[in-house]
Design a protein around this ligand. Sequence first.
Ligand SMILES: [Ca+2]
Ligand SMILES: [Ca+2]
Length: 82
Amino acid sequence: MPGSPASDAAADRVTVAGTGGDDAFAVRGAGTTVDLTGLPAAVKVNRADAATDTLAIDGGDGADTLDQSGLPAAAIGLEFSD
Ligand SMILES: [Ca+2]
Ligand SMILES: [Ca+2]
């Protein structure tokens, strides 16, 4: 339902690609909102649902790191490849 504040129950996958250099990503969540920083453009996922949704981060070349200490375990599925 458009505009519904609840999860849409669909499996959403958000893929983010890093740069060719060293990237220091940080992901944090509050409620059903997940924010990813560390890129020139910040990424925000609204209405994240850990049961169905995945945030996939591909660091690309370089020594890439991910700080997920600010992300509640139940916020969203998370995949990270350095
Ligand atoms: Ca990188
Ligand atoms: Ca890398």
